[in-house]
Ligand binder design. Structure first.
Ligand code: GDP
Ligand code: IMO
Ligand code: MG
Length: 422
């Protein structure tokens, strides 16, 4: 089957960018199918670091990128990102779905105002307008990339949306008042740059499948941030699990072959919400993960919360997405920490042990992790599987047994060549 999908199995930032870049070699198209510039995907190659928010990670190696219909696209951010990469000498083809919804200035204004109104119950969003844009899509008020090609339609939709959003902002207590005309003028300034990219990407992908071209799908966020299957309401607003792969690209379930689940060797999370294996960042292994792992958000610069690997969470993702292979990243960060712990079950307040993610948020917040301990490892060797210490291989073998998925690759550093292929 020509399509391989790469998805995050935890709360995002698993290292999807690096894995997609590594696997892009055979691909004709690398496709983002959900999310927007809430994502931050890092690729390190030949001493250069690229942080991509909207462009698919394959563009770094010159592959054609597709921003699929399931994405939400801030047109100003997109133009800036394309320019920045071109200035750094990268050359790539790009196709932006005419069905993708646009994030406009009122979406980020509403995002910030809603978060402020929630106070202590805030989600801790990236403030990029993701939720309000998907809300407009669902309520059929959204403006799509294709509308940029129809000036009159764009003007009418902007007028309606800006009026509605100004009323909402006022109700939320925000001082900001937006002007449809001003937004239209800002858009007119970027439309010429975007126009060449806007196409029906669904047709493009169907043709590619028919021609048996290899396609790589690049997930954003992680399964625990999925709008249905994550820790609602502390989630993002898109389908980060299986559903998004098809609805967000136009591909059919039968087209999808291998599903590579990216797993960080420990767990991180940005923003609010339950996190059973969380450790303190002030001391011990939590501090080590945070500092040695440079666990700072790629998009917002916030410190990521850190904790031990949670295989209950990873297995939730494996089942939801049909993960066939694992790409385990950041094994090097756990070098020399001593004993390594892995959560294999949850203990409920009544003493019962469970091995699934409870659907109820209060129940999930109350579980205590049940750990299995592993001997730690030191240096990870020269990049071959055989040179990896026995303890590290045992840890990976345990993940293989517990998930039923094969280990495809292992990250031993941020750079493209710091990858062990199994
Ligand atoms: P993504 O959102 O899933 O693409 O992940 P991010 O790019 O937000 O965060 C992952 C971070 O870990 C980035 O800084 C990567 O360069 C880095 N990284 C990826 N794989 C490895 C690895 O195997 N070892 C180390 N030390 N860093 C890695
Ligand atoms: P990548 O693709 C980690 C988190 C935010 C917040 C919640 C909702 O780099 O893995 P949103 O702005 O989407 O409405 O915020 O989701 N979040 C991410 N956390 N990695 C990401 O993307 C994220 N994208 C959103 O921190 O908790
Ligand atoms: Mg990230």
């Amino acid at each position: 089957m020509p399509v391989t999908a790469v998805i995050g199995t935890q709360w995002g930032d698993e290292g999807k960018g690096k894995v997609v870049d590594y696997l892009a070699e055979r691909a004709k198209f690398v496709v983002r199918f959900q999310g927007g510039n809430n994502a931050g995907h890092t690729i390190v190659v030949d001493g250069q670091t690229y942080k991509l928010h909207l462009l698919p990670s394959g563009v770094v190696s010159g592959k054609a990128g597709i921003i699929g219909n399931g994405c939400v696209v801030d047109p100003f951010v997109l133009v800036q990102e394309i320019r920045q990469l071109q200035e750094r000498g990268l050359r790539f083809d790009l196709h932006l779905s005419d069905r993708a919804h646009l994030i406009l200035p009122y979406h980020s204004a509403v995002d910030l105002a809603e978060e402020a109104a929630k106070g202590g119950a805030k989600v801790g969003t990236t403030g990029r307008g993701i939720g309000p844009c998907y809300a407009d899509k669902a309520s059929r008020a959204g403006i799509r990339a294709g509308d940029l090609l129809h000036p009159k339609r764009l003007q009418e939709k902007l007028a309606l949306n800006v009026a509605a959003k100004n009323a909402l902002l006022k109700a939320l207590g925000a001082k900001q008042v937006l002007d449809a005309k001003a937004i239209e003028e800002q858009l007119q300034a970027v439309i010429p740059a975007l126009k060449p990219y806007i196409v029906d990407t669904v047709k493009l992908l169907h043709d590619a499948v028919e021609a048996e071209e290899h396609i790589l799908l690049e997930g954003a966020q992680g399964v625990m941030l999925d709008i249905d299957h994550g820790t609602y309401p502390y989630v993002t607003s898109s389908a980060t699990a299986s559903g998004g792969m098809c609805s967000g690209s136009g591909l059919a379930p039968k087209d999808i072959g291998d599903v590579v689940g990216v797993v960080k060797a420990y767990t991180t999370r940005v923003g609010s919400g339950p996190f059973p294996t969380e450790l303190s960042l002030e001391e011990g292994v939590g501090k080590h993960m945070s500092t040695v792992g440079h666990e700072v958000g790629t998009t917002t610069g916030r410190k990521r919360r850190c904790g031990w690997l949670d295989l209950v969470v990873v297995n939730h993702a494996v089942r939801l997405c049909g993960v066939t292979h694992l790409a385990v990243t950041k094994m090097d960060v756990l070098s020399n920490v001593g004993t390594v712990k892995v959560c294999i079950a949850y203990q409920m307040p009544d003493g019962r042990k469970i091995t699934h993610v409870p659907s109820d948020p209060d129940e999930f917040a109350a579980v205590k992790p049940v750990y299995q301990e592993f001997d730690g490892w030191g240096d990870l060797g020269d990049g071959s599987w055989e040179s990896m210490p026995k303890e590290a291989r045992e840890f990976l073998q345990f993940m293989r047994e517990k998930t039923g998925a094969q280990i495809k690759l292992v990250g031993i550093g941020p750079a493209r060549d710091q990858t062990v292929l199994r």
